[in-house]
Design a protein around this ligand. Structure first.
Ligand code: ADP
Length: 254
């Protein structure tokens, strides 16, 4: 009887090992597929602007090109170069978060200074599009990494300006007992519910052509999520197609 028990135990533990092996294998397969897709996306994202740059340079080589056209091709080549630059900057940021070497340097600071800074960066672009940019000017002390939070707010405001044709963009701050919430609202094109779940995935866009046309890298929201996760918090989104979107997050009070 003892031997029978022993065999039973052995069989059970072999079964458990086989099950663990199967599920580890599935995980590895999923990770591998994710990596493969990521590299395919990067290749694609770099090839497109490089193609345009090569085309522009070829045109610029022509002796007979009139000054207006020359200007146009120069601008195009410069814009696409900037796009590749942004892409590498975002990729580096994400890669740092993937490795352990990255760390957040928290300080106590006034959030309104950062908001004012971001608003200054986007004021002209918003004005050119006829959008009003409203923001909370009152001081709000938080405990976080100021540079990283500035990048979060900048990415969200940049998207709000990019995806809004008319109306207004608002940056609203609310204080609670031990947290501060920040919301970036727009009256733009909005996002339909089926996209919300994957919105923060690398290179996910609801409309690839529109995003590329606006110079987007498809990494802005992935960067936002990584930074907030490293702070122990997360990004929320509420949106209605045709009405607008609201992206918000909480930070610890300073
Ligand atoms: P992108 O560089 O394409 O803007 P992001 O990661 O910043 O990349 O955003 C991913 C996608 O989410 C965008 O391509 C767009 O489809 C959608 N999106 C982001 N912000 C907004 C917004 N404020 N309004 C509507 N759509 C948005």
């Amino acid at each position: 009887l003892d031997r029978k028990d022993e065999f039973g135990d052995l069989a059970a533990s072999l079964n458990r090992m086989a099950e663990r092996f199967r599920s580890d294998n599935e995980e590895i397969k999923k990770l591998y597929e994710k990596q493969r897709q990521f590299f395919a996306d990067i290749t694609h994202e770099i090839r497109n602007p490089l193609h345009t740059i090569a085309g522009s340079l070829e045109m610029l080589q022509m002796q007979s090109l009139d000054p207006g056209k020359r200007d146009h091709y120069l601008q195009t080549a410069m814009r696409q170069t900037e796009r590749i630059n942004r892409l590498f900057k975002d990729l580096l940021t994400l890669q740092r978060y993937d490795s352990d070497s990255y760390f957040i340097e928290k300080k106590t600071f006034d959030l309104s200074e950062i908001i004012r800074h971001v608003v200054e960066l986007y004021r002209d672009e918003a004005r050119l599009k006829g959008l009003s940019l409203r923001y909370d000017e009152a001081p709000h002390t938080v405990h976080a990494d100021p540079d990283k939070i500035e990048q979060v707010i900048e990415n969200l405001v940049s998207n709000a300006v990019k995806y809004t044709a008319e109306g207004e963009i608002g940056i609203v701050v609310d204080e609670y007992e031990d947290s501060v919430s920040v919301a970036i609202r727009d009256t733009g094109i909005g996002i339909s519910p089926e996209h919300l779940e994957r919105l923060f995935d690398r290179f996910y866009r609801t409309d690839k052509a529109r995003s590329r046309d606006k110079g987007g890298t498809g990494l802005g929201l992935a960067v936002v999520k990584s930074i907030l996760n490293a702070h122990g918090t997360d990004i929320r989104v509420k949106s209605k197609p045709g009405e607008g979107s609201e992206f918000s997050f909480d930070l610890s009070r300073g």
